[in-house]
Each structure stands twice: as C-alpha cells, then as structure tokens.
Design a protein. Structure first.
Length: 407
C-alpha cells in the first residue's frame, strides 16, 4: 500500500502520468515556402516570438523590409497568421518544428500551398558558387512581343552570392526582393501578406532571361539587358483629363454612408490630393503611409487628401471592413471613400471616373489646386524598396505641393 501511495505522489508531482506538455511552435527563425506554378518554390524567412504563455508575434523579412505581424491565433495544433492590413492569411497545422497549410485570399478564390520549417535560415539553397555579378541597372521587358508587354527598370546589388533590389515599373515597384545567384541561376522572392512574387532567371554579366511568378495564379516571361542610363516613361504623363472635361470630380460614400464630393465645403479653397487606390494594394499601402507621415509633419489646413478605393471584396460591407482595417492599422486621418467593390478591373474603374483617359495603375494620384484645376496626375508609386528613387520622389512631392499651397 505504501509503495502504491508513494508512486501516486511521485506521478502527481511530476505531472507525467496523463497530462502532456502543451504543443507549441518553436520560437526563432523559420523558412516558409509557397508552392507556385511550374513546381517552383517561393521562399521567405520569418521569426516567431512568444511574448507570454499564449501570445505569439511574427516578423517577416524581405531584404531591408521587416513586416510585424501581431494577429496570430493558435487553437490546439492549428495556427492562423494574418499579416497587417491585407485580407490574405495563412492557416495551417503545426508541430514544434513544422507548419503545413495554405496561404488564402478568400475574395479572390486564391489558395497557395504553404509549409514552414524551423531553424532554416537560408532563403534559397546555394549549390554552386556564383559565376556572374548582376549589380547595377537593367532595362527589362516583361511579356515581350505581346499586347501586355511593358518595361521595367531593375536595380540590384550583389554581395557574394546574395542579391537584393527591385524592379520599378510604370505602375509601381515589385517590392523588396531578396535572393541568390547560384552559378548562373538567379532566384529572387518577396512576400508581404498580399503579393507573393518569385523571379527565376538565367543570368550572364549582361543579360537576364527568366520567368516572373505571382502566387500560383500568374506567370510571365521577362528579359533584361544592362543599361546604366535606362529610365522609365514619365509617371506624370501617362494619365490625364480627356478633352471636354474641364475638371476632376467624384461623389462616393464613406463608411458612415455619407456621400462625399469634391464640391463639398471642406475642399473649398484648398489644395486637394486624390488617391485612387485599393486597400489590397501594397504599393497603395506604401503611398498611404507616405501621405499619413506627410500630413502629420506639415499639418497644413489648406491641404486635403481623399482616397477613392476600388475594392475586389464581393460585398459593400466587406469592402468597407477592409478600408476601415487599413485606416485603423496605420492611423489614416483622411477620408477613404468606396468607389467600387466586387472587382479591381481598371477598365471598370475608369468608368467611375470618366474624365480620365485611363486608369493604368493603383495607386494613381491627382493633384488639384485651390481653383479646382488638375495640375498633375501621377501614375503608380515606387516606394521605399526603390531606395534613391524614393528619396528623389519625396523631394519632388514636397516641392510641388509646397508651390501649390503658396499660390
């Protein structure tokens, strides 16, 4: 009897008879992999941190960019990870050292297989030493010899086999890209919670020949050649007012159901910046952060900003929910109106703003002076990933808006 009693006491003290330790994913660095087209794998790195017994946070790394994720939910062996602002999320089943699941954007009916492995730090495995160096500026063409063809400017820095940089296009940049050169094979990737981009190319010191993958729903070829003097088309000349339309106009609802128009009293005698955008759009997010910071630093009562959101969410309610999420996450103080929901199609969007010749990009930014005259329309937004280009843009923006305010 005494031996039995003693055994039960020991069992209870060490809590090892029936109760197992609670399953939890390991803290530290992980390598995530998304399965895209052509059996290609799109990798990115993240770090999991446990702030207390139950709460996890995450940092997603893309070259110089760090994305902080604070919406992580764990239920038994299931994990749900929702990056900030965007609709997309990761749902998976985990062990201590693995996560297997999917990256999901429900309103676009997109599901991408996802897996992550703890303790792996190399974004891409490097099997062979690099034989080329792609540092410099590249003139690139995507979907050459098709109606969808467009140009891009690649700017890259290579240290050993590590490569960082981005492609600028007339409609915006392709985010912070990070990867390697293995012998003559280039791999670059990025993941921001909305877009998952992979660039795979054969490289020489003077040419690139490859494929661009966006998730597992789109791919296109690209070619590039070195050209240190290459410049893209002027982003201020691509979109303009059509003949017969003397001014820009809009009339759309805000989240309270009130119709807001450029003719409203709040815009009288003020410089107005109209941001044509979507809450789903990373380049729009970059521009929105820039505008929020600009307004806070200047605090000029003669300047107004208003966003016109074109949302792919399938219902008006979900569209406003996405807009409100964007506003709350980055403290947007200016109104963002719902111009369209159910599609982000640019041709459909242009019908909502018939005075424009076309909407080529989200974002597109319209600058209106105090007398209601459109002074400039800027297509796209090349953000922080473009480095020097972004610094030049900020200087030009500040100079131009300051001149409008002084008139």
């Amino acid at each position: 009897m005494n031996k039995l009693f003693f055994g039960l006491v020991i069992c209870l003290l060490f809590n090892s008879c029936s109760k197992k330790p609670k399953l939890a994913p390991s803290e530290g660095l992980w390598l995530a992999e998304l399965q895209v087209m052509d059996e290609q794998t799109l990798p990115f790195n993240f770090q999991l941190v446990k702030s207390d017994a139950e709460k996890y946070t995450m940092k997603i790394f893309n070259a110089e960019e760090t994305i902080d994720v604070d919406e992580i939910k764990i239920e038994n062996d299931s994990i749900f990870i929702r990056p900030p602002v965007f609709e997309g999320y990761i749902a998976g089943v985990f062990t201590e050292n693995e996560i297997n699941g999917q990256f999901i954007i429900a309103d676009l009916d997109r599901i991408v297989p996802f897996r992550a492995t703890y303790g792996q730090t190399n974004r891409f495995p490097n099997k062979k030493l690099s034989e080329v160096n792609i540092s410099g500026i590249w003139e690139a063409t995507f979907s050459a010899d098709t109606q969808e063809s467009y140009q891009a400017k690649g700017t890259f820095t290579q240290n050993g086999d590590k490569v960082t940089g981005t492609f600028e296009t007339p409609t915006g940049d392709y985010r912070y890209l990070e990867g390697i050169i293995s012998k003559d094979s280039l791999k670059l990737s990025t993941f921001d919670g909305a877009h998952a981009f992979l660039f795979s190319a054969q490289a020489t010191d003077s040419t690139l020949n490859g494929i661009f993958y966006s998730g597992n729903h789109f791919k296109e070829p690209f070619i590039a050649k070195r050209n240190k003097n290459f410049q893209l088309s002027d982003a201020d000349s691509l979109t303009f007012l059509k003949e017969g339309y003397p001014e820009f106009a809009f009339s759309f609802p805000d989240s309270e159901g009130d119709i807001v128009s450029l003719k409203d009293k709040r815009f009288e005698n003020k410089v107005v910046i109209v941001q044509i955008m979507g809450s789903w759009c990373p380049n729009c997010l970059d521009e929105t952060k820039f505008l929020v910071d600009y307004l806070q630093s200047k605090n000029n009562k003669r300047l107004e900003v208003v966003g016109l959101a074109f949302e792919y969410a399938k219902t008006e309610e979900k569209a406003f929910k996405s807009i409100d999420r964007l506003k709350s996450r980055i403290d947007v103080g200016y109104p963002i109106l719902l111009a369209q929901f159910g599609t982000w199609d640019k041709e459909v969007a242009q019908q909502k703003l018939p005075m424009l010749n076309r909407i080529l990009s989200y974002p597109t930014t319209v600058f209106i002076d105090k007398e209601r005259k459109v002074r400039k329309i800027h297509t796209g937004f090349n953000g922080p990933a473009t480095g020097k280009k972004f610094i030049e843009f900020k200087t030009e923006f500040n100079t131009f808006v300051s001149s409008l305010l002084k008139e």
